[in-house]
Design a binder for this molecule. Structure first.
Ligand code: HEC
Length: 193
């Protein structure tokens, strides 16, 4: 009988410390995710721009593919993370959101509609997935002027023809500058660095 209150006291003493560690771990992972996405997005856009300069948008179509050699591997292997892109309006069905991503994409849409600045919209959480504590992070991808060449309303006929052939179920058109195009998503199952 006497041990119970002692355990309780111990738990009460330890709990705030554990919570503080968890907060610190979360903050560190969020910071690292923002950095990884910044370099990842920069590399992706650099590759897109140089492909467009070389051959125009029709020739650059593959450059918006995250599987483009090098980019995804560099960003993901660095910290043993999986990094991907997803959207509520997909071009490639392989990029379909899972249940967690879907709820965050909907939340982003609502937060933007409520007036939040899309440039800073992100969301992080620890979730339990298949019995493992997993860190998950998402950050919005906005639509810039260059993106509408392939994701806008007035897509050049030769670009549209190529997209039709490659992506028969393409829903990633009709975007305007400033719209939410989708989001980067990071999944990390490894222990804290
Ligand atoms: C030259 C044409 C082209 C341009 C320009 C372009 N994209 Fe794409 N985008 C594509 C193609 C093709 C895919 C499908 C890639 C794949 O198969 O995974 C795609 C896929 C995506 C996806 C993944 C989700 C999905 O719908 O499958 C996102 C997010 C995305 N693009 C964002 C952007 C943004 C943001 C820009 C501007 C910075 C941009 N794209 C510019 C052609 C383009």
């Amino acid at each position: 009988m006497r041990t119970f209150p002692r355990l309780l006291v111990l738990a009460l003493v330890l709990f705030p410390a554990t919570a503080a560690f968890a907060d610190e771990d979360l903050a560190r992972r969020i910071e690292a995710s923002r950095e990884a996405i910044k370099s990842f997005a920069g590399a992706l856009q650099g590759q897109l721009m140089s492909a467009m300069v070389d051959g125009g948008p029709a020739a650059a179509i593959e450059a918006c593919n995250i599987a483009a050699p090098g980019i995804a591997a560099t960003a993901s292997d660095a910290q043993g993370w999986r990094i991907r892109r997803t959207s509520l309006k997909l071009r490639n069905p392989d990029n379909a959101p899972d249940a967690w991503e879907l709820s965050v994409l909907r939340e982003f849409k609502a937060r933007k509609a409520a007036g939040e600045d899309p440039a800073t919209l992100d969301h992080a959480a620890f979730v339990v997935s298949e019995g493992k504590r997993t860190f998950r992070y998402m950050k919005i991808i906005g639509t810039q002027p260059v993106c509408i060449l392939c994701h806008g309303t007035a897509i050049a006929p030769e670009v549209a023809a190529r997209l039709d052939a490659l992506y028969p179920d393409d829903r990633a058109r009709g975007f305007k500058v400033g719209d939410i195009r989708g989001a980067f998503s990071i999944i990390q199952t490894s222990p804290p660095p």
